[in-house]
Design a protein around this ligand. Sequence first.
Ligand code: ATP
Ligand code: MG
Length: 383
Amino acid sequence: MASKNNPFIVTGKIDPEYFCDRVNESARLVKSITNGNNLVIISPRRMGKTGLIQFCYDKPEISKEYYTFFIDILHTSSLREFTFLLGKQIYESLLPRSRKMLNLFIQTIKSISGKFGFDPVSNLPTFNIELGDIEQPAYTLDEIFHYLECADKACIVAIDEFQQIAKYPEKNIEALLRTHIQKQTNSNFIFAGSERHLMQEMFTSSARPFYHSADILELRAIDQEIYTSFVCTHFKRRHRCIAETNVEKVYRLFKGNTFYLQKTFNEAFADTLENNECSLEIIQSAIDAMIASNDTIFREILSNIPEKQKTLLYAIAKEDTATKITSSEFIKRHSLTSASSVQSAAKKLLEKDLITKTNKTFSVTDRLFALWINSIYGKVPSI
Ligand SMILES: Nc1ncnc2c1ncn2[C@@H]1O[C@H](COP(=O)(O)OP(=O)(O)OP(=O)(O)O)[C@@H](O)[C@H]1O
Ligand SMILES: [Mg+2]
């Protein structure tokens, strides 16, 4: 396992030993769920939502008492796909855990179980149905919820990138799901999402079905001091060292984004020999490599953005955090055309989640993308 060599994990499950902090957040999650509530987790991308949920799922108070399920619906665009994914995930996570629950699944989800395959080696049915086999998604979904209700243990269902359901073409999906979820007495739900404005609106607007239906946890960056000490400790344990001030510089550069931090230190660690110091040069080249490896992706994103939006995106990237973007000073400073064109460009960039607005301040959502934009304009991001 990679973790044996490198303590900074960037893919897959993280052993508790290599999981940094989240003490309060995980206590909060466990408390909400074990008290029978649902929980919303909102955070910018790659801050650690999925990691937090998985970390909590592995705690004995959860893993012993509950059946836990996790689906990421980012790529889904209809109720049919949602239902398919939920059914498949439930089936596959129960497969190794409970023969009894598996049989119950087949008996309960009648609308699709007739189409299950069969594995001659393990002697078990296989969920190899196709999306098109779900002929009446609402009906199958009803069966799935009924099944959860009959489970012999309480269930936790985490739905990642939950804001996606608001984009499904079918009407009233939110209301439909809300009705099901409200009726559940045996299951709790975790709704995670990174599109802040959509998530907030779903759960805090009184006109929406999910209004006030869950506790809200805003997952922020791991505290700078805690993260710094985490990095230094792991270097030390492997007979290497790194200066606190250098870790802090990286933290500030990425504004605490967990993934970019972990990725930088993963690479920097790999490039540091035993009994040596991880120098600023090593760290800088790890950052440069990360920026360079995203070059194609970023170019592709830019190629799909109309010029007016792109100019505004660059302006925001240059300023790092921009306020008063429709003011004449801002427009002049960045050679933009007019307040109204800035306004409509900002609206489009927000919809695409390329920029984020927090308390009247705009910033490029993806921190690495912002640094990359600056780098193509000659401002090489150095720490
Ligand atoms: N507490 C932690 N300690 C160490 N590494 C972490 C921690 N939390 C997350 N990570 C790492 O940070 C990265 C991002 O985490 P994760 O995938 O959980 O974020 P996310 O918010 O779910 O992202 P996305 O928006 O892409 O779904 C992963 O590489 C993960 O390994
Ligand atoms: Mg995630």
